[in-house]
Design a binder for this molecule. Structure first.
Ligand code: PEP
Ligand code: MG
Length: 312
């Protein structure tokens, strides 16, 4: 059964009728590249750079950052690598970037881009290391900011990128406000990447670290699907890099909602590639409509599965 499920599991991502959907890997650094390549990743859709900064009292030296970034970029000479600027705070605390004071709700506190704006030296060092790392390579470098809330923040980040010669700035859409005003943000940046882990957490007000809230921390929640659809219709490329992208049925739904690329942990790539290869774009759209018409996450999942006859 697994062999059958994996048929169509190599080559670039596309629907049965040939609609291209690049399939990318989430990585934490050069150590994850073998796994990404072995599973046929076409590039990196989320490079979580926090790992380089963990467990240290000071930021890594410029040369050390540049070296790690270059290794990841070099692995995909014909593809893209989407690097996320440091996402510190909340569930990713960093010793050298403590919050400015006691935070009763760290997930709603100073994290992601909010933190970087208070430490512009850290952001600037990272962007210049990235810019140097990409020079002379054919890999397409894209850089995105985490935890962006409004168009002013998106504009700030785009300016910072361009100041360092990075001309495709993007933002993660993981705060409901950003999704609701996606059209405003789209005027400032070149692409979106939906962080469905945080977007679900904030949409459903359900802490992603509390296992007991799993039924609310579910990207099949129709409210989350509505926000995905809004973001994907704002007129710029819109990928997904949260765990949702690695669920074969949900991946088809996301594509049906207008998402243009999917990034996931490498072991999920073959089954998602196979699921896409077995469905047309029209079937993905029908599944997306059915899921959005449902009233609960469980009903959305069931309705989508029914509309996707080729699922294993
Ligand atoms: C997300 O929030 O969906 C995401 C991809 O980022 P992280 O899980 O690292 O917060
Ligand atoms: Mg996130």
């Amino acid at each position: 059964a697994r062999a059958a499920a994996l048929r169509g599991a190599t080559g670039p991502g596309q629907t049965r009728d040939g609609h291209r959907v690049p399939l990318l890997a989430n990585v934490g650094g050069p150590q994850d590249l073998d796994n990404a390549l072995a599973n046929g990743a076409e590039g990196v859709g989320l490079y979580r750079t926090e790992f380089l900064f963990l467990d240290r009292a000071t930021p890594p030296a410029d040369a050390e950052q540049e070296k790690a970034y270059r290794k990841v970029l070099e692995a995909f000479p014909e593809g893209r690598v989407v690097v996320r600027a440091l996402d510190a705070g909340a569930d990713k605390p960093l010793a050298f970037l403590p919050p400015p004071g006691e935070e009763p709700n760290p997930a709603l506190g100073e994290r992601g881009l909010r933190m970087l704006r208070r430490h512009e030296d850290v952001l600037s060092a990272q962007l210049s290391a990235l810019s140097r790392a990409a020079s002379g390579l054919t890999t397409k470098l894209q850089v995105m900011a985490p935890m962006v809330t409004d168009a002013e923040e998106a504009a700030y980040f785009a300016r910072a990128c361009r100041d360092h010669g990075i001309d495709t700035p993007g933002v993660m859409v993981e705060v409901p406000a950003a999704a609701l005003r996606a059209r405003d943000l789209a005027r400032e940046v070149a692409f979106f990447s939906l962080g469905t882990n945080d977007l679900t957490q904030y949409t459903c007000a359900a802490d992603r670290q509390l296992g007991g809230l799993a039924s609310l921390q579910d990207p099949w929640q129709p409210a989350v699907l509505d926000l995905v659809a809004l973001s994907a219709s704002a007129g710029i490329p819109c990928g997904v890099c949260g765990e949702a992208a690695g669920d074969p049925a949900l991946a088809c739904v996301l594509v049906g909602l207008g998402v243009t690329s999917l990034s996931m942990s490498a072991p999920s790539l073959p089954l998602v590639r196979a699921a896409l290869a077995r469905h047309t774009m029209a079937e993905c759209r029908t599944a997306a409509d059915a899921a959005r018409e449902a009233r609960t996450a469980a009903d959305a999942r069931a309705a989508a599965r029914e509309a996707l006859p080729g699922l294993a």
